[in-house]
Design a binder for this molecule. Structure first.
Ligand SMILES: [Mg+2]
Length: 150
């Protein structure tokens, strides 16, 4: 978490390969009254680089919240989630799964891997925005995050 004039900015890592879903998410959260900085990566390998500050992400902040798609190129969301939740330093970062999959197996597996919540992306635009607003209203507004450990 960075601070400026006493105001906290919430850093969100969005891991999403769909350009349109990412743009809609970025646009919706940019209208939030909660200060947030959204960092968008397009595949699982980039997400890992961001979290471990590798390569072009050497100056990346530790995100306060991760919004993770499941079906991703290079390294899928399940692998990214498993890696985050088995890492002593990263495991305290809440992970919101945001996916089109309604498969019970995906839901169960995600919670087994310690996802903090599982949200299904609605196909309908207004309902999609409503889901992003629900992330804002709960995760950015009601939730108390663990203190940063780095
Ligand atoms: Mg996807």
């Amino acid at each position: 978490m960075s601070s400026y004039d006493g105001l906290k900015t919430i850093d969100i890592l969005l891991v999403e390969d769909s350009k349109s879903d990412a743009h809609l998410t970025i646009e919706t959260l940019s209208e939030s009254r909660i200060l947030n900085q959204l960092h968008w990566v397009k595949d699982g390998a980039e997400a890992i680089d961001f979290l471990y500050k590798q390569g072009q992400y050497h100056e990346a902040p530790r995100p306060d919240l991760i919004v993770l798609d499941l079906n991703l190129p290079k390294k899928n969301g399940r692998e990214v989630l498993a890696q985050i939740k088995s890492d002593e330093n990263l495991k305290t970062i809440p992970v919101v799964i945001l996916t089109t999959s309604v498969a019970e197996q995906d839901i169960l597996k995600s919670y087994r891997l310690q996802a903090n919540c599982y949200l299904v992306k609605p196909v309908d635009l207004d309902r999609f925005i409503a889901v992003i607003k629900s992330i804002e209203n709960f995760w950015l507004t009601a939730v108390k995050f663990p203190p940063s450990e780095d």
